[in-house]
Structure formats: C-alpha cells, structure tokens
Design a protein around this ligand. Structure first.
Ligand code: ZN
Length: 322
C-alpha cells in the first residue's frame, strides 16, 4: 500500500481503540500523537532501513502452488481459513466464491531471511511489549508490573509514549501490507511493476481523497486528523475489538492466505497460470456488468479488515501487559 493508505489505516485504528473499553487507555495515549508518529506507518518501506527499499517486494509473502516435501502441511480448507480469520472479517465473505478445488491444493510463500512479514510483525510486537515494560513515568502511571519499579533503571533509558506510539504505527504497516492481494501472490501479474498492483494501490489512496496527504499530516492537529480519518471512508466496525485467534505471527499468515485467495478469485489461475508471464490491467479485473460493484465490495472489505486487523494486533500487545 502507499503512504496515504498506511497512515489512514493506522489513524483510523486509533479511533477504533477508543471505542473499546479494554483499549481506551491505549487510545488516550496514542490519540494526541497521531500526527507526529504518522510517519511510522510507512517507515518500513524506506530504503534507509536494513531491509527496506522502495520496491515493496520486502515483507510480502508471495504464495504459489507447492510441490515439495510435506506438501499436505500447506493445504488449508476454506472452513479452516474462515475459522482462523474469524467471523468479523469481511474477507471471509469472498472465500466461498472460490471453486472448491482451490482449497484442496498446497500453497506456500517464500521470503528472503529477515523479510518474512509475519516475522517482521511478530518481532516488532515482542520488542514493543518489552519497550512498554521499560516505560517512563507516563507509561508507568497506566501500566502495572513494569520494570523501572522493580529494578534501578536509568530514567533516560525509559521508553517515552512517543517512541512507543511510533512503534505501534510501524507495526500497523505489516498488518496493512498483508491485506493487499498482490502482496500475497507470486504471479508476475502481481508484481509492483505490473499494471494491476500499482493501479490497485492508487485506487485505495483515491478512496481517501478527504484525508490529508502524507506531506501535510504532521501539521494537522491530532483531533482533526482523527475526525478526517473517520469521515474520509465510512466503515462499520465492531465496538469490541476481537482477540487474535492465536498470536501475531499466525494472524499475519492467515491474512496473507486470505489475500492470496482473493487475488485468485479476481484473477483466476485457470486463465492466468502461476508460471505464466501474463499481466493484467486493473480495469480488466473489475470490468463487465458487475465489475464496479465488485470493486466497491472488495475495496470496502480490504480497508475494513486492515483497520480492524491493526487494532486487533495492537490490542493483543496492550492486553499482554495488563
Ligand atoms: Zn510495505
């Protein structure tokens, strides 16, 4: 996804946290900082980072049919996929539209070491949990059992709320990227330099026309940015944020599997094989009499699940401390 979409998803997720009593305290910490730490939502794409680049080929799990050892491990039925995603995700509604034999085949994604999106999200979640435990006076006032109360710990090494907020926003990046169908599909047509991928990401940004552009966000007062996020793209979200089924790592894997399935629904492998060089235009994927409606439904589902997914990961980290 592009910078604007990433920022919007994270800011919108902060608003959602405020509606759940179990995360209201975290929301109160993050709300005043959304403009200042917005940059965190897209930092992991920056080339300045160890594994960053601008190519968006990092931290993506590109899946394809698998014929190696232990292939049965990489088969997951539709029922299991939907159960692991949970009933609150809009993506599950698309899973039943895939042909039954899609779910009988093994699929697997490969990543270079250090670039697996589930590893990136889970690693950041673990680091953030410990950073919160080493929190400063402001964090100590809202968290129990934190380390500086138990050990002589230098004040200037304690985590500030701004630092923690930046890491929460960085974590949102991996959950949001996993929702982009082209990030989960190994076919040539899903590459960033192929027409489908870039046009689709632009389409997400275009839906958020009323939300400030990334270069302006830092100057927008936090309360204004939060209101703009809610208004820019209306979503109906549950007021109680669901818990993760298992853990951060597993959650990202399941989102990637669903995103891959969605791409295979929209661009069927029967017409566009995994080993083929074919590319497809964004407009062609959503053409025909029902194309516009389908694009609307898919866009809503992806943005809905991105916001909810980010809030779920954040809640998981926060609840592990309380
Ligand atoms: Zn990214």
């Amino acid at each position: 996804m592009k910078k604007k979409s990433h920022i919007w998803i994270a800011v919108r997720a902060v608003d959602l946290l405020a509606r759940d009593e179990e995360t209201a305290t975290l929301a109160a910490l993050l709300r005043p900082l959304v403009s200042r730490v917005a940059i965190g939502a897209w930092l992991p794409d920056e080339k300045y980072f160890k594994n960053g680049s601008g190519s968006t080929q990092n931290h993506v799990l590109k899946m394809k049919p698998y014929a190696g050892a232990d292939a049965v491990r990489f088969i997951q039925s539709r029922e299991e996929t939907c159960r692991k995603l949970g009933p609150h995700r809009k993506l599950t509604g698309f899973m039943e539209q895939l042909p039954a034999d899609f779910w009988t085949r093994p699929y697997r994604g490969d990543c270079d070491p250090g670039r697996h999106p589930a590893d990136c999200a889970a690693g950041l979640a673990t680091a953030l949990t410990d950073l919160l435990l080493l929190g400063d006076a402001q964090l100590q006032s809202v968290l129990d059992d934190i380390v500086p109360e138990k050990l002589p710990f230098p004040k200037d090494a304690q985590t500030s709320v701004t630092q923690a907020a930046l890491y929460f926003f960085m974590m949102s990046h991996f959950a949001a990227d996993a929702q982009m169908p082209c990030h989960a599909d190994a076919r040539v047509l899903a590459r960033y330099d192929a027409p489908l991928h870039a046009a689709w990401e632009k389409h997400f940004d275009d839906q958020l026309d009323a939300f400030p552009n990334p270069d302006k966000v830092e100057q927008v007062p936090a309360a204004e940015l939060l209101t703009a996020a809610v208004k820019a793209f209306p979503l109906e979200l549950p007021s109680k944020i669901p818990s993760l089924k298992k853990n951060v790592w597993e959650e990202i894997i399941q989102i990637c599997r669903a995103s891959f399935a969605l791409n295979c629904l929209l661009v069927p492998p029967e017409q566009f094989p995994f080993d083929g060089p074919e590319r497809v235009a964004f407009k062609a994927v959503f053409s025909g009499p029902s194309g516009a409606r389908r694009l609307q439904d898919v866009t809503y589902a992806i943005l809905h699940d991105s916001v909810l997914g980010v809030a779920m990961l954040w809640k998981h980290v926060w609840k592990s401390l309380r």
